[in-house]
Ligand binder design. Structure first.
Ligand code: 5GP
Length: 186
């Protein structure tokens, strides 16, 4: 990774420009945490974190919520080419005892086409949680192809590729505290 005076960064051969600052993100995550506490504060919810991209957001959100529930992780295969939701497979599954009968907070980094959530939500529902609250840090409404019942959205953004704060470009950029957008002019 290299950085330039404009704040632009280069990952592999692509250039990215600053998009959401660390302060923007932290302020919104605090608000989302407060909302979760207001909604679920009476219970002891389980946080279900979508790997890999949501791990940074989830770490901040869990602490911002002040909710003391368990945390577990999910990893799905990304769909290939033709993008049939049926092709999404569970590579890492959540522990059933953390889901059944629990209020679940499902933590996602970004809802783009919606196909990943369309495929995963029925799998989660089949594990019989008491409720599901889907929280996504980012949402690309113009890219969405299927309905997804999102409860809380951090930021609605244009359909451009972004990196940072857990999101990568081909393995790079997850460590960045801010979010950067693909800069097609360079
Ligand atoms: P969907 O199934 O909604 O199309 O996409 C969900 C997944 O695609 C996200 O969890 C994320 O891994 C990946 N994704 C979608 N848009 C972006 C983006 O702009 N940047 C990065 N790094 N990943 C993205």
């Amino acid at each position: 990774m290299s950085s330039q005076p404009s704040g632009r960064i280069r990952l592999h051969s692509l250039n990215f420009r600053p998009f959401l600052t660390e302060e923007n993100i932290q302020e919104r995550v605090r608000e989302l945490g407060n909302t979760l506490r207001e909604r679920l504060g009476e219970g002891n919810p389980s946080f279900v974190v979508m790997l890999k991209g949501a791990f940074v957001f989830a770490a901040d959100l869990v602490r911002a919520s002040g909710l003391g529930g368990e945390v577990c992780f999910v990893r799905t295969s990304s769909y290939a080419g033709t993008e049939s939701a049926g092709r999404v497979k569970l590579l890492v599954a959540p522990e059933p005892e953390l889901i059944r009968g629990h209020d679940v907070v499902l933590v996602e980094d970004i809802v783009d086409s919606g196909l990943t959530m369309q495929a995963f939500l029925p799998m989660l529902e089949a594990m019989e949680p008491s409720s599901i609250t889907l929280v996504t840090l980012l949402h690309k409404p113009e890219a969405q192809r299927v309905e997804v019942p999102i409860d809380l959205i951090g930021f609605s953004i244009p359909s451009k590729f972004v990196v940072g704060y857990g999101l990568d470009y081909d393995g790079l950029g997850r460590h960045l505290p801010a979010i950067y957008q693909l800069d097609e002019e360079y």
